[in-house]
Ligand binder design. Structure first.
Ligand SMILES: [Zn+2]
Length: 401
């Protein structure tokens, strides 16, 4: 549903990425709370001439989630800038040295939950888009914003539904820039052009409980579990691909829960997670894991294997003109060409890639989800300039700093 928007005067200039980041950080938008963040962005964008929608999505047993879609321009090409306004919880509030929702700046560093993940990135890109259209009111094409309040939560009522909602209204996107914090240490480090997939498996080995002194009357499942896990680890899953590291399997827990040293337990359980590259789909990878376990088990080990459903497939945005354009903008403003990377966890890019090519670039993510999350003011202004430069080249206009 769309809300009637009022557009009160703002107390700050939204083309200033630092002021906009501060205003956003002051909205306590811990998932699923909107916290005033989307209302603020709706006001900012509507005041700048964007048509703004605030669809709310629901699902059984989950809190309703507010989202935002905004667009300026009616023609193509359409560049969509994506992001999330929700943040993870503060954690131990006493451990913060600054108010997590204060947005205070100390020695050139802006503190607060979401400062780098990703209110800072979102604010810098919005500021750049506003300045771009202010200076080029006749600019060709369209800029759209796709902003969810459900990225840090279950991600059920967020980007997936917002994309489908936009498509059902006839919206089409040519390219997407997602403002997640991609840089490990400095603004020239890294653009993400893809993400690995994620697959979680649960392995249970069944034995027979008994007295350790009478092992012939028992069947120790730990022996079988060790054998199966060794088989999973024995050979690398692959050697990596052109743009991806080798796929990696980590056993994340191994549980027997046996309090006694003279009892053979009845059951052993393990969970593993695989971060896989573009040589696999979840299905082909599951089949390979099943094959390895079957071979290792023979008819000696009785086991069960279950995979959690996953929507995290590996994907790649092939390097091409759009990727080059983003890298050029970063290099022009920082003096260094960023790496094209596919490392790290999953992001909403895995949903967006079904609609248009997506590239991720944002501020330095060193403190994301941490106590004293923060972003350098200089990085916010750099990201605003980089985005502005990208908009100039995307819409083929002469760059005016
Ligand atoms: Zn994020």
């Amino acid at each position: 549903m769309d809300q009637q928007l009022d557009t009160p005067l703002l107390a700050f200039d939204p083309t200033d990425p630092v002021a906009l980041t501060q205003a956003l950080v002051r909205c306590p938008s811990v998932t699923p709370a909107e916290g005033g963040a989307l209302a603020l962005l709706a006001t900012v964008l509507a005041s700048a001439g964007y048509s703004v929608h605030r669809p709310v999505f629901s699902a059984d047993g989950m809190p309703d989630i507010e989202n935002l879609y905004a667009r300026i321009g009616t023609e193509g090409p359409v560049l969509v800038i994506a992001g999330h306004s929700d943040v993870v919880p503060v954690g131990d509030a006493e451990a913060w040295t600054r108010d997590p929702f204060g947005g205070v700046i100390v020695d050139g560093v802006l503190y607060g939950r979401g400062a780098c993940d990703m209110k800072g990135g979102l604010a810098a890109m919005i500021s750049a888009a506003l300045r771009f259209r202010r200076d080029n009111p006749q600019a060709p094409g369209s800029i759209a914003f796709l902003i969810t309040g459900d990225e840090e939560g279950p991600a059920i009522n967020g980007t997936i539904k917002l994309l489908a909602w936009a498509q059902s209204r006839g919206e089409r996107f040519d390219h997407c820039l997602l403002g997640e914090p991609t840089n490990p240490a400095s603004m020239s480090d890294m653009i993400k052009i893809g993400r690995r997939g994620s697959l979680t498996g649960k392995l249970t080995v069944n034995g027979k409980q008994g007295h350790v002194g009478y092992p012939h009357l028992a069947d120790n499942p730990i022996r079988g579990m060790v054998r199966l896990l060794a088989a999973l680890d024995a050979t690398p899953l692959d050697g990596g691909t052109t743009h991806f590291d080798p796929s990696n399997l980590e056993v994340t827990t191994l549980d027997v829960g046996n309090p006694s040293s003279n009892v053979v337990p009845a059951q052993a359980k393990a969970v593993f997670n695989i971060r896989f590259n573009d040589s696999w789909t979840p299905e082909t990878l599951a089949a390979e894991i099943e094959r390895r376990l079957r071979e290792a088990a023979g008819n000696l080990v009785r086991y069960e294997l279950a995979f959690q459903p996953t929507n995290a497939v590996a994907f790649l945005t092939e390097p091409g003109p759009f990727v080059t354009m983003v890298a050029d903008a970063v290099e022009a403003e920082t003096g260094k060409r960023p790496a094209l990377s596919t490392t790290g966890g999953t992001s909403d890019a895995r949903f967006i890639k079904n609609y248009c090519p997506v590239v991720e670039y944002g501020v330095v993510g060193q403190t994301m989800h941490q106590i004293d999350e923060r972003v350098a003011v200089a990085d916010l202004t750099a990201l605003e300039r980089i985005t502005h430069r990208l908009l100039d080249s995307y819409f083929a206009l002469q760059h005016k700093p």
